[in-house]
Ligand binder design. Structure first.
Ligand code: FMN
Ligand code: MN
Length: 482
């Protein structure tokens, strides 16, 4: 059964002993962040601060901050189940004969159930405030000492493509500038930024409608971070993940819809051409991302539940909550990646690599140069284009075992020969690239080298004891009392 809303998720976390309520006053300025950091680093629970200083609104943090909590969020025993469900759809072929076609009907009907549904009323509009509201009424966290201010860190930002009319929902942090203004940190490669650019290019209007929903059922919130193709509606994917359509309600003052079950909704506009200094912000790289120019969001209406819960997260030196969200993406997107690059066996995005700095990937190598073909495919694949360093190994290497990858890869390379550099788009958060958003990437071909690749020396086997000896020593081992 899909969660109705954030509260349903909180109940499930509590039932599974994955949430701790904090009944006393804690300051949203730095203190809550320190609690959250310590909890995630020590395998602690999600936290619900019932009395954040200066606000009547409880704060939920770390709700996704472990694999177990990701499973509870997606209502599975393992996130691989989601990957399996996706594979089933991808493998769906036109069945032979009438019986086969009939058998496919339930699957198709299920698919119809993923599309979002417009409803006329939503809990997110219990209160509608077009006047007399302030963003300072909410317990928005200041996360790290050098942050430019408080930041809304878990928002679902909705906008519409001016040409296609298609909706997008992305998670882009928002720095609070004053009672009714925030930054809009959609990075240049993201869909919000593209909608903005298209509107500017059209030159027909001076403002872009934006609606921001905060706090929803977990699948819907999670859909906002998924690296989906540009025109794929996150709300449809959320419907797939939760197995039930997302109910959307029309905003009160802008031509957009938001999840009806949201806790808080900010409606307003981004003035085209208006830029303001945003940041610095202690970011998921573990460094502060530097202050930079970003668009400004003007809030003209707030709708909310009578007693909303404020959902948030902090990012910083890994592993943080976003690592677990990213780990689930790695698992869920593997079948989609394999659809385009079928030779891929497995991939791993280690915490230290912050999603885009390091991808370890194993392939079934079939022809000379195959590892390089895979690197280039990854650099051309959606948000995987940001991958700064790709290490390609043969299929017998377990990429989930970092020590094994380091051992095998370092043995297998002749650096000058096997490291490939290329240029391309770089994640906006990268502080080392020579230019913002543009720089170099590196691929390491750590596969066994073939004669067809000019390698004519003999290639040794990995050392492994013979199974018979192992079996015999298993017994002798006991006998020796070891
Ligand atoms: C906690 C968190 C915060 C994020 N903050 C930002 C952000 O400020 N700006 C940004 O462009 N992407 C941010 N992202 C990544 C985007 O949400 C992600 O790239 C998403 O796929 C973008 O969706 P889009 O392709 O529809 O634009 C964040 C992700 C997480 C998990
Ligand atoms: Mn999108």
């Amino acid at each position: 059964m899909a969660y109705d809303d954030l509260r349903g998720f909180i109940r499930a976390l509590e039932k599974n002993k994955q949430l701790k309520r904090i009944p006393f006053e804690v300051d949203p300025k730095l203190e809550i962040a320190e609690f959250a950091d310590r909890s995630v680093k020590t395998g602690g629970p999600a936290l619900l601060f019932e009395r954040p200083k200066g606000s009547a609104c409880p704060v939920l943090i770390n709700a996704f901050a472990s694999m177990r909590r990701m499973e509870i969020a997606l209502e599975v025993d393992s996130v691989d189940e989601v990957a399996k469900r996706i594979s089933e759809y991808l493998e769906m072929r036109m069945p032979e004969g009438i019986i086969g076609k009939l058998k496919m009907l339930p699957k198709l009907a299920e698919m119809g159930a993923f599309f979002p549904k417009i409803v006329s009323k939503g809990d997110c509009q219990e209160l509608v405030k077009t006047d007399g509201f302030s963003l300072y009424d909410y317990p928005v966290l200041t996360c790290w000492p050098q942050d430019g201010g408080p930041f809304i860190t878990l928002p679902m930002v909705f906008s519409r493509h001016p040409e296609t009319g298609k909706r997008n929902c992305g998670m882009y942090r928002m720095q609070i500038f004053d009672e009714r203004t925030t930054g809009m940190h959609w990075q240049t490669h993201k869909q919000g930024a593209e909608h903005y650019r298209r509107l500017v290019a059209e030159g027909k209007q001076t403002r872009m409608d934006v609606a921001v929903a905060i706090g929803s059922d977990p699948a819907t919130m999670y859909s906002a971070i998924l690296p989906l193709p540009p025109d794929l509606d996150e709300m449809m994917i959320a419907g797939f993940l939760r197995g039930s359509p997302v109910e959307m309600v029309k905003c009160k003052t802008v031509d957009l819809e938001v999840p009806a079950n949201a806790e808080i909704v900010l409606e307003g506009y981004v003035e085209l051409g208006e830029m303001r200094t945003e940041g610095p912000f202690g970011d998921h790289t573990g460094y502060y991302s530097l202050a930079d120019q970003y668009p400004v969001f003007h809030v003209t209406c707030v709708t909310q539940r009578k007693e909303p819960i404020y959902a948030t997260t902090i990012v910083g030196p890994p592993p943080m909550e976003d690592f677990y969200m990213g780990k689930a993406i790695e698992r869920i997107f593997l079948p989609l990646m394999r659809m385009q690059i079928p030779e891929v066996r497995d991939m791993c995005l280690p915490a230290e690599g912050i999603f885009h700095n390091l991808m370890l990937i194993s392939i079934r190598k079939s022809y000379p140069g195959h590892a390089r073909k895979v690197m280039n495919a990854i650099w051309g694949l959606g948000q995987a284009m940001f991958t700064k360093c790709i290490v390609v190994v043969d299929e017998d290497v377990d990429v989930q075992n970092l020590s094994e990858v380091a051992w095998r890869a370092l043995n297998n390379i002749d650096p000058e020969r096997d490291i490939q550099f290329t240029m391309g788009p770089i994640d906006s958060l990268d502080h080392a690239s020579r230019l913002a958003d543009y720089g170099s990437k590196m691929g390491i071909d750590a596969t066994r080298k073939w004669p067809g690749e000019g390698f004519t020396r003999e290639w040794p086997d990995v050392i492994r004891m013979s199974p018979e000896v192992k079996q015999r020593v298993d017994q002798l081992w006991k006998k020796a009392g070891l």
